[in-house]
Design a protein around this ligand. Structure first.
Ligand code: PGA
Length: 254
């Protein structure tokens, strides 16, 4: 079983040029082999992926994309990119169901389709889930549970090992402050429990749950240690390459 932590860099629609993208990725590629307990996945925008995929495997370094089509394969789907295309160019991970995509219309049903396509071609899916508000009555737990369960419609148990869950409370994404690590711990346990309900306890123990939302190099260690998560999904700090490398160093040292 792979016990390494996973740090996923979600570049979103950044940077503006391929030259800059190469510069950032080169520094991360150079640093990744020094990591002892951590794996890095960087997810640049689609047009930059093929030019950044390493020609030879680099220890602890992986490429991901930020989304994938709901369509299964090639065909008349203007503007779409399929999981088989991503896999073919050496992409290993796909972020699925990010709240910024859900805001534009992605639903649990379309997320479930994307998940299936990613897993069918042997890639790993980073499923994003998270509540929009945290109410006192615990309704957010219901929302989370449904999001998780509905994303696994038609996903066979054999794929469980290729699923990573990123818990990202929507209110913390792009915010100044991350969620409190104690709350992250509680919620990540809940996420694991729901995963076990679907895929069985043997998979529930193994699933990696990441936290995302306002993570930076300063708060990363506390989130890992007190929040007891298996990794992080990092937005803004992932394109600030010096901060991102500091974050990797910090997380790897604890
Ligand atoms: P942020 O974004 O780290 O900039 O808050 C996280 C995300 O959206 O994945």
């Amino acid at each position: 079983m792979n016990t390494k932590r996973i740090i996923v860099g979600n570049w979103k629609m950044n940077p503006s040029t391929f030259v800059e993208a190469r510069k950032i990725s080169r520094k991360i590629k150079r640093f990744a082999p020094d990591l002892a307990k951590t794996e890095v996945v960087i997810c640049p925008p689609f047009p930059f992926i093929a030019g950044i995929v390493p020609r030879k495997e680099i220890k602890n370094f992986h490429m991901g994309s930020q989304n994938v089509s709901v369509e299964e394969n090639i065909g008349p789907f203007t503007g779409e990119v399929s999981s088989s295309m991503l896999s073919n160019i050496g992409c290993e991970y796909v972020i699925v169901g990010h709240s910024e995509q859900r805001k534009k219309g992605d639903t649990d049903a379309t997320v479930a389709k994307r998940m299936k396509h990613v897993l069918d071609v042997g890639m790993k899916a980073v499923l994003c889930v998270g509540e929009s508000v945290r109410d006192d009555g615990g309704l957010y737990l219901e929302q989370l549970k449904n999001q998780i369960k509905n994303s696994f419609t038609d996903i066979p148990k054999k794929y469980a090992g290729n699923i990573v869950i990123a818990y990202e409370p929507i209110w913390a994404i792009g915010a100044e402050e991350a969620m409190r690590p104690e709350q992250i711990y509680e919620t990540s346990l809940f996420v694991k429990k729901v995963f076990s309900d679907v895929f069985g306890p043997e998979n529930g123990i193994k699933v990696k749950v990441l936290y995302g939302g306002a993570v930076n190099f300063r708060n990363s260690v506390d989130i890992i240690l007190t929040g007891k998560v298996d990794g992080l999904l990092v937005g803004r700090e992932s394109v600030n390459v010096s901060g991102f490398i500091e974050l990797l160093k910090a997380v790897d040292s604890v």
